[in-house]
Design a protein. Structure first.
Length: 130
């Protein structure tokens, strides 16, 4: 049986994607500099290896500029979030939206502002369904 393609990034891939989503595009050296600002160090070779894997997976594209490659996210941030949320829902919560929401609400104290936003989203969704 063929393995289903996972829409969830590894921790490092997600770090790289966040950099690319924020910058638009970046060379490996730019990614290294962004990681360093967050106190994270990876060698240039490791960064290039991760980018090659991400390109193979279809997450990024690259173009040659001079002697360097410039990378750009191939997947939009919202598309990635939706895919990761679907994977989480299916794989962890057996497709139960109510269990997922209950887990999120129980995980920490939620500010009144966040609760209000959640309530507005639910109300909006109900209007769309009627």
């Amino acid at each position: 049986m063929a393995r289903r393609k996972n829409r969830t990034f590894t921790e490092v891939e997600l770090e790289f994607m966040n950099i690319l989503w924020n910058r638009g595009e970046a060379a490996p050296e730019d990614i290294r500099d962004s990681l360093l600002q967050d106190g994270r160090t990876l060698s240039g070779g490791s960064i290039r290896n991760v980018l090659a894997i991400m390109q193979e997976k279809g997450y990024v594209t690259r173009r040659k500029e001079g002697k360097a490659y410039i990378y750009r996210a191939k997947i939009h941030e919202n598309q990635a979030r939706e895919g990761m949320a679907r994977d989480l829902l299916e794989n962890v919560f057996a497709g139960s939206e109510s269990l997922l929401v209950a887990s999120l609400l129980e995980r920490r104290d939620i500010s009144p502002e966040e609760l209000e936003k959640i309530e507005l989203l639910i109300a909006e969704r109900r209007r769309e369904k009627t």
